[in-house]
Ligand binder design. Structure first.
Ligand code: TXA
Ligand code: MG
Length: 314
């Protein structure tokens, strides 16, 4: 198993030696390495068993540092960064040559984000390079929102997990690109469409689920637990071997230990924060399958419904 700790010097040293370290962010834990070094980046892909065609997000300490790695920042991107960085927002921008092709899977854009977590912001400020970091889960599985989740799945492949407590947002960053100067959302995430539109006006939304996506996070079968997950009306379930993931209301017909309620008060931020850890808990229970219900399709609810749709058995 990996060591879970809060030793920033140790994390720095490992990263300087081109090793991977799991890091906390406000969205989910990431599996980080020196984004300017291909050998270090390769270790991320191998630890995650991630296909090399799926590009990584590069994390920076602030907007000023981002300018070192991208050719230019369109004005709408700059407005978003000014409003929401540090935060759950990834911008797809034209990369400078210093970012290796391996990090971007050969694309000429790089996904770049400044995460809103004090531990990782401090680490980034201590390092002379940015950190490439995908979510710290095996490819295709649910993203980790606690250090222990990382250890459960990648503990035998990495040495160190920097502990930053439970992730506050709980769902990955929203990805926005600017092709043809048209702001476009490619992945729903921890920053809502409404928040983005309040700053730059109406945006295009292109959430594909094709086999050749612009952002492979769009792949349909993704973010999935091992148990079969179905969308449905949880109040109609009567089987004792089915677990339910409800939004607000528990069911009277299912044993309570087989139920998880995302937010009893109906708060979508709370629901997002609980989503992945509750899915993991249900995945570990002695049940055959999971039925999840849709949450209201607004604010973070759109990202929650997106992840549940991708996790659902087709
Ligand atoms: O919240 C997050 O974004 C977390 C934390 C650790 O920062 N990271 C994360 O990384 O979710 P990952 O690798 O699990 O998902 C990143 C997504 C992938 O679907 C990838 O295809 C897409 O971002 N992506 C990265 N760079 C891209 C690019 N240049 N063009 C299109 N999509 C890109
Ligand atoms: Mg991921």
């Amino acid at each position: 198993m990996a060591v879970i700790g809060s030793d920033l010097q140790k994390a720095k040293q490992l990263l300087e030696q081109n090793n991977v370290v799991a890091i906390p962010t406000e969205t989910v834990y990431g599996l980080a390495a020196n984004a300017l070094n291909s050998e270090a980046i390769t270790k991320i892909f191998i630890a995650k068993d991630r296909p090399f065609f799926d590009p990584l997000i590069v994390h920076v300490a602030d907007l000023t540092t981002a300018y070192d790695y991208v050719e230019y920042i369109p004005s709408s991107a700059k407005k978003l960064a000014d409003s929401f960085w540090p935060g759950p927002l990834t911008l797809l921008l034209k990369k400078k040559a210093i970012i290796p092709h391996l990090a971007t899977s050969g694309l000429d854009t790089v996904g770049i984000r400044c995460p809103n977590h004090p531990v990782t912001l401090q680490l980034l400020k201590m390092l002379p390079f940015p950190l490439a970091a995908p979510s710290a889960n095996p490819f295709g599985y649910i993203s980790p929102t606690k250090a222990i989740h990382v250890n459960e799945q990648l503990g035998n492949k990495i040495d160190y997990i920097l502990d930053g407590g439970e992730c506050k947002v709980g769902i990955e960053s929203t990805i926005v690109g600017f092709e043809n100067n048209t702001p476009t959302i490619y992945r729903m995430g921890g920053l809502s469409v409404e928040q983005i539109e309040s700053v730059i006006g109406t945006v295009q939304i292109e959430i594909n689920s094709s086999s050749n996506p612009t952002a492979p996070g769009q792949l349909k079968s993704h973010y999935a637990p091992q148990k079969k997950l179905f969308f449905g009306n949880v109040q109609t379930i009567r089987e004792s071997d089915v677990g339910i993931l409800a939004f607000k209301e528990p069911s009277k017909f299912i044993p309570l230990q087989n139920q998880r309620i995302l937010s009893p008060s109906g708060n979508l931020e709370e629901a997002a924060q609980n989503l992945f850890s509750f899915l993991r808990e249900l995945d570990h229970l002695n049940i055959k399958s999971i039925v999840a219900e849709q949450v209201p399709n607004k604010g973070l609810g759109r990202a929650i419904n997106d992840r549940l749709t991708r996790a659902a058995t087709q």
